[in-house]
Design a binder for this molecule. Structure first.
Ligand SMILES: NC(=O)c1ccc[n+]([C@@H]2O[C@H](COP(=O)([O-])OP(=O)(O)OC[C@H]3O[C@@H](n4cnc5c(N)ncnc54)[C@H](OP(=O)(O)O)[C@@H]3O)[C@@H](O)[C@H]2O)c1
Length: 268
């Protein structure tokens, strides 16, 4: 049985109804945390994730909220505090793509990605930090007063033609995360980013669903396999637990080596 490193702690995973968020929610639940599974539209999937966590012995509920809407984020946090008393861990995971060649990109496509991927992380991090400061450090819960994990991407580093809105949102997450780590380190709040490469989820199905696409993808990945959501779940548990207590302000790449530029493997 996995050690219950997060026993007694409360975690919110935004976009917990699918892909990476789903795997993180389940992994945090296995580690003993009570988990709030946030979703925007996929109620049935979010309820399934919550049921799976409860079946594993941890508390879990699903809450609908569009993270890009301030009033919905307020009401989600209100419900969490009312039901669980406080929050220890925020996984700012909700995100999406709206791809287009830059000269054809509409303001709506640009704005949607910035609203969910960046403003959504701002709104949730702000509410989480307000709650961490209100509660204060309680050493019996954790060595940190609170932990925030921002879901970034290898595209906070690697430019991505055809996905300028997405790459811009993830580049901005890097500075959001580092500036928060700097501002709230003295209050024992840890803030870090996970930067996945290609993880097998619905967001990038076209890149792995056929053997040809998968083979093409492998030209970008030195370790020669796609990442699985569980890979990211394991890392999130580490970053949420006291095992990583001296880590803050870090972007942790989980990408099978994608960020070491496979295309230069033969000398460029
Ligand atoms: N998969 C990869 O290879 C990869 C690589 C790098 C980074 N990432 C990042 O990892 C995160 C998760 O991606 P994924 O691959 O797991 O995608 P996914 O399977 O498409 O899941 C996206 C999740 O975000 C939720 N969501 C979307 N808009 C939302 C909103 N406005 N408010 C609340 N929740 C919202 C969705 O909920 P509903 O279904 O209810 O709408 C869903 O649970 C994203 O931030 C993405 O940028 C993924």
């Amino acid at each position: 049985m996995t050690e219950k490193k997060l026993k007694g702690q409360v975690a919110l995973v935004t976009g917990g109804s699918s892909g990476i968020g789903r795997a993180i929610a389940i992994a945090l639940g296995k580690a003993g945390a009570a988990v709030i599974v946030n979703y925007a539209s996929s109620a049935a999937s979010a309820e399934e994730v919550a049921a799976e966590i409860r079946a594993g012995g941890s508390d879990a509920i699903a809450i609908k909220a569009d993270v890009s809407r301030e009033e919905e984020v307020f009401s989600m946090f209100g419900e969490i505090i009312q039901q669980y008393g406080t929050l220890d861990i925020l996984v700012n995971n909700a995100g999406l793509q709206q791809d287009a060649p830059f000269d054809e990109m509409t303001l709506e496509q640009w704005q949607k990605v910035i609203d969910v991927n960046l403003t959504g992380q701002f709104l949730c991090a702000r509410e989480a930090i307000r709650e961490f400061l209100r509660r204060g450090l309680q050493p019996e819960r954790s060595r940190a007063c609170g932990k925030i994990i921002c879901m970034s991407s290898v595209h906070e580093l690697i430019p991505w033609a055809g996905h300028v809105n997405y790459a811009a949102s993830k580049g901005a997450i890097k500075m959001l995360m580092q500036s928060l780590a700097q501002e709230y380190g003295p209050r024992q709040i840890r803030v870090n980013s996970i930067c996945p490469g290609a993880i097998r989820t619905p967001i990038n199905k076209a890149a792995w669903e056929t053997p040809q696409a998968y083979q093409q993808l492998m030209t970008l990945i030195p370790y020669n396999r796609i990442g699985e959501p569980q890979d990211v779940g394991n890392l999130a548990v580490f970053l949420a637990s006291d095992d990583s207590d001296y880590i803050t302000g870090a972007s942790i790449f989980i990408d099978g080596g994608m960020a070491v530029y496979e295309s230069f493997a033969d000398g460029g």
